[in-house]
Design a protein around this ligand. Structure first.
Ligand code: SF4
Ligand code: SF4
Ligand code: SF4
Length: 265
């Protein structure tokens, strides 16, 4: 496959953060020399992490969006990005699923604000809405943070799709369990310990089970998962409240509930 580097035309791209911790952009910068090589082979018209560029109306090939829009200004930025970009791609769990901030959607709004602010009068604590509530999303890099290696693997495919009018790439529908087994990790479920990995999209090298932690689902539900059955099994190992608490960490709870409603047992 011809890589982005060999194309004569460099892709014009912008990497923009809305409300986020900027950890997904940091994951890219953390690639060091690899990221510098990447940046030399694209026309990077905006990288919000390093420079606060003024929004220009110039057309770009791909906009990468980290975080979800919380203010009116961020909503406007997002709509403008969509208008001027051939592809709009989201970076990470916050943009794709609401992320950690979505916990406030599940809790009484003022209760969450009062943990941060002493005086909450006049503070707007709007519900968190993912990027695809506002604009069409062409591709998602999942995870919290994203896998920078996955970004490097899929970027040339996205560019190729755009240049040659091919279908956009898809991340294979395999669970975290596949990589977990490849690494020879004993499944937590065998010892009656909960783990969300079997309904979650793999591609993270099962980093949490490898470190002695259950998968909490930061990469989101995999399309083919039998969410209803898997959730039922997990709820035999944990209380409903424990299940909800885990599912809320990465904005998974609303996705699970939506699937539970539509999927037969
Ligand atoms: S997905 Fe995770 S790393 Fe990325 S912006 Fe959100 S909280 Fe930060
Ligand atoms: S420990 Fe978790 S990710 Fe690993 S095989 Fe078991 S359910 Fe899957
Ligand atoms: S194991 Fe689960 S929670 Fe951990 S990085 Fe992978 S998908 Fe995210």
């Amino acid at each position: 496959m011809e890589s982005a580097e060999t194309k004569t035309k460099k892709p014009r791209i912008a990497i923009v953060n809305l409300a986020s911790c900027e950890g997904c952009q940091l994951a890219l910068l953390d690639l060091g020399e690899k990221f510098i090589n990447f940046a030399n082979n694209v026309e990077l018209v905006d990288l919000k992490f390093l420079e606060d560029e003024k929004n220009s109306r110039e057309k770009i090939d791909m906009a990468f969006v980290e975080g979800s829009p919380m203010s009116e200004a961020e909503k406007k930025t997002l709509l403008q990005l969509r208008e001027k970009s051939k592809l709009l791609i989201v970076l990470g769990n916050c943009a794709a699923m609401g992320g950690v901030p979505e916990i406030s959607n599940y809790r009484e709004q003022k209760q969450t604000a009062k943990h941060t602010y002493r005086y909450i009068h006049g503070i707007k604590n709007e519900p968190i809405q993912e990027v695809d509530n506002f604009v069409k999303v062409d591709f998602t890099f999942p995870g919290c943070p994203i896998s920078a290696e996955e970004f490097m693997e899929y970027f040339p495919m996205l560019w190729e799709s755009l240049e040659d009018g091919q279908d956009l790439p898809k991340i294979p529908d395999k669970s975290v369990c596949v990589e977990c087994k490849e690494k020879g990790i004993r499944c937590y479920l065998l010892d009656g310990k909960p783990c969300f990995g079997s309904m979650i999209l793999g591609g993270c090298s099962a980093v949490c089970p490898s470190a002695g932690l259950m998968c909490q689902g930061c990469r989101g539900l995999r399309p083919g998962a039998n969410v209803k059955n898997i959730s039922k099994g997990l709820k035999n190992m944990m209380t409903e409240e424990e299940f909800e608490n885990v599912a809320e960490i990465y904005g998974l709870r609303d996705d699970i509930e939506a699937k539970e409603k539509i999927m037969p047992l």
